[in-house]
Design a protein around this ligand. Structure first.
Ligand code: SAH
Length: 250
């Protein structure tokens, strides 16, 4: 059995932000498996089968990829950003853990990519320069009460925070509620960055405050970064820099 499985991150969008090891895996693959828009980023070539899935469950996609690799194919599972951040790597391992014992003999590797919050932070300055956390605001895979609890505790611990999946058509209310919780915990002056479609032609960065932040500023292509109490803004003619200093006064 010469098949293998690599779970890779394609980064936020630009070709230059795909790592050389991911590019090499893509070049050696016989099969690409993933959510449609991510598979669409892979240029077709002879001998490469593209398996784009739409609404199919992540776990189905993971089992499909494992079965292909067990059949001797060289399979690359693609995620945007990093595959370990709210993406396919964990889904793949859930399927592996629950699946056929034979799958555990497979050659499996996770190849990292630049996750959205890091691409967004770099565009804005260094808002994640001190301690921070990342929270997925979708309640598809966890109860909303847990999200609110994590928001409150992260605010109490004075982390800068990055929010993935802030708002979708199916979940219009959650982000509004998250903003209310954060305002109650952090006050209105905290800087908030809405970074939409980072790295694409449609990129848009909006720097505002918690008091001014509106739910409509976010959609599913937006990652939101909230500063800690230490996060600052440097005003410049070329545009503001948002950063969190390396130290907290004792
Ligand atoms: N694995 C991905 C995250 C998948 S969850 C990663 O590491 O980046 C999908 C969420 O990621 C989106 O709802 C959005 O919050 C964020 N996201 C992904 N790509 C983005 C981009 N180019 N610009 C801004 N946010 C992005």
């Amino acid at each position: 059995m010469s098949g293998w499985l690599k779970i890779v991150g394609l980064g936020p969008g630009p070709q230059a932000q795909i790592t050389p090891e991911v590019a090499a895996a893509l070049a050696e693959a016989t099969d690409i498996v993933g959510y449609g828009p991510y598979v669409a980023r892979i240029p077709p070539r002879a001998g490469l089968a593209l398996h784009a899935s739409d609404n199919r469950e992540e776990l189905d996609r993971a089992r499909h990829a494992l079965a292909l690799a067990a059949g001797g194919r060289r399979v690359v599972v693609v995620s945007s950003g990093d595959p370990g951040v709210f993406a396919m790597a964990a889904a793949l391992f859930e399927a592996l853990e629950a699946g056929s014992a034979e799958w555990r003999r497979l050659d499996i590797a996770v190849l990292p990519g630049i996750t959205a919050m890091l691409a967004a932070a770099a565009r804005a300055g260094a808002p994640l320069g001190h301690d921070f956390c990342a929270i997925n605001l979708s309640d598809n895979l966890k109860p909303w009460a847990l999200i609110e609890r994590r928001l409150r505790l992260a605010a109490e611990a004075d982390f800068a925070m990055a929010f993935y999946n802030p708002r979708s058509k199916a979940r219009p209310q959650g982000f509004a509620r998250a903003l209310e919780v954060l305002r109650a915990c952090c006050g209105g002056a905290r800087p908030v960055l809405f970074a939409r479609a980072v790295g694409s032609q449609a990129e848009r960065l909006t720097l505002t405050t918690l008091a001014e932040a509106r739910p409509e500023m976010a959609d599913m292509r937006t990652v939101v970064i909230l500063g800690s109490s230490q996060t600052r803004i440097i005003a410049r003619p070329a545009g503001p820099i948002l950063y969190t200093p390396r130290s907290v006064p004792g």
